[in-house]
Write a protein that binds this ligand. Structure first.
Ligand code: SAM
Length: 379
């Protein structure tokens, strides 16, 4: 059943992807390529023309590992390792769950035309981070994806993760354990895929660990949770560094940024001292406008509700949520769209709850979130 579903997704997406590449060639002078499927939130792909052709069909083996990513996001990761990655630095894959992203990177790299040369420089060009401990929603994910593997909350899923990435294990430096305790890397990072920023502390640590290693004009940061309706600190941290990046697109719930200037470690260390509240709100508004997709902007507004509650309290956050409902009438009216309904319901529930400590809040909101309520979205 899962196989059949996967095959249907491949066929559907291959058609969409072909459109992306063709459109890119036809509109050589344009800077963006868009695929509009307005009835499906997060399905619009908008990428700078240089990156759009990277979203292309991928080998079925890349789909063997169940994932919370959309098909297009997997295709993009494969394309990055296959046709973008030049070996100027390593690929970092942080928060890999069962290993789907690492598998896409690894398989993409296998047919990278410069692989021999790159391997000479970086014998294990992919560094992957994962704690591999089952959280409360994972058993349900295992079951819904029909996995033979199962484990209870608190148990390890390392064996299943290793099994999934076995075909590319020679390329991967797998770092199992708490990311907060991981040792730093010393080399440049050319591709940084982040799906681990589930708490403000994790986000800060990742920014401080990796962002000074980015190569201006070359390195890409892919934030898998950027257009997710929670985790406001990701938007704050990334947008606080806007001077060092160019936004190059949106795909699934991911936002893609190209590093354009060396980021001094001092600037990253400064993030720790918290950005002033008014500035955080301004950055959240900038982040919201990154997307051309009204559904993504709706999610970003819901993310800002969480920030407002933290900075200004529940009354202000409630007032902002009511404003959102008037500003996004089409999204609110789509009561048959489970993804939109889910996002709004989560925001309402968040405001109804008593405030919790920030780190646990973030953890519960996303890191422990379940798999996508709709195929192709995240969560
Ligand atoms: C949303 S999931 C990643 C989903 C994955 N990208 C996919 O497509 O299936 C986030 C992952 O981050 C991991 N994680 C969360 N906090 C972590 C930490 N402190 N150290 C290491 N891994 C962590 C979780 O175990 C989880 O597998």
């Amino acid at each position: 059943m899962a196989l059949l579903y996967g095959a249907k997704q491949i066929l559907g997406k291959m058609a969409a992807v072909a459109t992306t590449v063709r459109t890119d060639r036809q509109l050589a002078r344009s800077t963006e390529v868009e695929i509009l499927t307005p009835a499906r939130p997060l399905q619009t792909i908008r990428l700078n023309a240089a990156f759009a052709p990277l979203v292309s069909p991928l080998p079925p083996s890349c789909l063997e590992t169940p994932s919370m990513m959309s098909m297009a996001e997997r295709q993009f990761l494969f394309g990055l390792a296959n046709r973008y990655y030049a070996g100027k630095g390593i690929i970092v894959d942080a928060g890999i769950f069962l290993g789907a992203s690492t598998r896409c990177f690894g398989e993409g790299f296998r047919s990278n035309p410069h692989r021999q040369e790159i391997i000479g420089k970086w014998p294990q060009p992919i560094v992957s981070y994962e704690r591999a401990i089952v959280n409360p929603n994972m058993p349900d994910f295992f079951e819904r994806h029909g996995l033979a593997f199962s484990a209870a909350q608190g148990e390890s899923f390392e064996s299943e993760l290793r099994r999934n990435i076995a075909p590319v294990e020679d390329l991967v430096d797998l770092r199992i354990g708490d990311f907060m305790d991981a040792t730093d890397i010393e080399c440049p990072v050319e591709i940084l895929f982040l799906d681990i920023l589930k708490t403000p502390a994790l986000s800060l640590r990742a920014f401080q660990r990796f962002h000074s290693k980015l190569i201006p004009g070359r390195s890409l940061v892919v934030h898998q949770d950027y257009f997710f309706e929670e985790l406001p600190w990701i938007k704050t941290h990334q947008e606080a560094l806007a001077d060092y990046f160019e936004f190059v697109g949106e795909i699934g719930s991911s936002a893609v940024f190209l590093c354009t200037k060396q980021i001094p470690q001092g600037v990253l260390d400064g993030l720790e001292n918290d950005v002033p509240p008014a500035e955080q709100l301004r950055l959240a508004s900038i982040a919201m406008q990154r997307s051309a997709d009204p559904a993504r902007r709706f999610f970003m507004a819901l993310s800002k509700v969480r920030l407002i509650r933290k900075l200004q309290g529940r009354v202000a956050a409630r007032a902002y949520l009511e404003l959102i409902k008037t500003e996004f009438p089409e999204q609110v009216a789509q009561t048959d769209n489970r993804r939109l309904v889910y996002a709004l319901r989560r925001a309402e529930a968040f405001l109804a709850r008593k405030p919790k400590k920030a780190p646990r809040e973030g953890m519960r909101a996303a890191e422990q979130r379940g798999p996508p309520p709709l195929a192709g979205g995240n969560p």
